[in-house]
Design a protein around this ligand. Structure first.
Ligand SMILES: Nc1ncnc2c1ncn2[C@@H]1O[C@H](COP(=O)(O)OP(=O)(O)O)[C@@H](O)[C@H]1O
Ligand SMILES: [Mg+2]
Length: 294
């Protein structure tokens, strides 16, 4: 089956005055339909840039990015607009970013449907279902300002889902919440992912995200450097604090490049040259003894 998202050698260069900032430098990423993926990485590593490109808010400078069969590098502007409005939902760190403060939770959720021209019957049914799904039924008549940060984020998730999208993108969606509420919001995103078969990508700098998702990709300097895959698929176990098993994998990109984690480089004295040796079933990477060669 075709992957839902396929990025290959993705490059994004921002030009600021005379300076060029390379935010993504040859990033590879494949995401399956319905997957719940976490992306972690230090501040400035390119996480938001990647998310904005996947959501059609920004265009890459070079490389390949295909989402749901659509080539986002080559799509005409009108197609990109339609894609962004109909197929993608965003949840941001600032919980209220996509919300109207003087409307109630219910009115906020219904608004995108009104804009999309949904009939009132359908609109009412889908609004009610979403309010129920995100746990806000009791608070549906409350104005946004009367809701807590976590409740506002629940509204934001329902608003993001209002257009029956296929891709949900969260940029630090729990960044401004306390840890208990953050936990609840992650659990909710997980539930929505399963219930509506949404491909979901959550960006965070919180390494704890690994507990709530299927797979975590680490971005370092604008490239995917490693990934952690949950071996036990029962996320609920992890959420109730039983220890899940993880396989920590290093990404080998389409050109055969890989990143050796700094700790390992330090521990083994690997500098800027190594020797590779095929062993029984693997490859042995050793620091090159440059003095000997000289
Ligand atoms: N609009 C922009 N103009 C210029 N530089 C940008 C812009 N957006 C991001 N950058 C730069 O690109 C790099 C990656 O940024 P970003 O994707 O926001 O990282 P992250 O979300 O991982 O913190 C940083 O060096 C940042 O300063
Ligand atoms: Mg960011």
């Amino acid at each position: 089956m075709e992957p839902f998202i396929h990025c290959e050698n993705l490059v994004k260069i921002y030009k600021v005055a005379e300076l060029e900032v390379v935010a993504l430098q040859g990033l590879d990423l494949t995401v399956q339909r319905g997957e719940l993926l976490g992306i972690v990485g230090a501040s400035g590593s390119g996480k938001s840039t990647l998310l904005n490109i996947l959501g059609g808010l920004d265009r890459p400078s070079a490389g390949q990015v295909v989402v749901n069969g659509r080539n986002l590098l080559k799509a005409p502007n009108a197609e990109l607009d339609t894609y962004r409005r109909r197929e993608v939902g965003f949840v941001w760190q600032q919980t209220a970013r996509n919300l109207v403060p003087y409307l109630t939770a219910q009115e906020n959720v219904a608004l995108p449907m009104t804009i999309a021209g949904l009939g009132w019957r359908e609109k009412r049914a889908w609004t009610n279902e979403l309010l129920e799904a995100v746990g806000l039924w009791e608070h549906r008549q409350h104005k946004l300002a009367q809701l807590s940060g976590g409740q506002q984020q629940r509204v934001a998730i329902a608003v993001a889902l209002a257009n029956k999208l296929s891709l949900l993108l969260g940029d630090e969606p729990t960044g401004e919440l306390d840890s208990t509420t953050a936990h609840e919001i992650l659990a909710l995103l997980r539930e929505m992912n399963g219930r509506y078969n949404l491909t979901t990508i959550l960006v965070t700098h919180d390494p704890q995200i690994a507990r709530a998702v299927d797979r975590v990709v680490t971005i370092r300097d604008g490239r995917t450097s490693s990934e952690t895959i949950r071996r036990v698929a029962e996320v609920e176990k992890a959420l109730t604090k039983a220890t899940p098993f993880y396989d920590e994998l290093v990404v080998v990109d389409s050109a055969g490049r890989l990143q050796i984690p700094p700790e390992l480089r330090e521990a083994t004295g690997i500098g800027d040259r190594v020797t590779l040796e095929a062993t029984d079933g693997g490859v042995l990477i050793r620091p090159a003894d440059l003095k000997r060669d000289a």
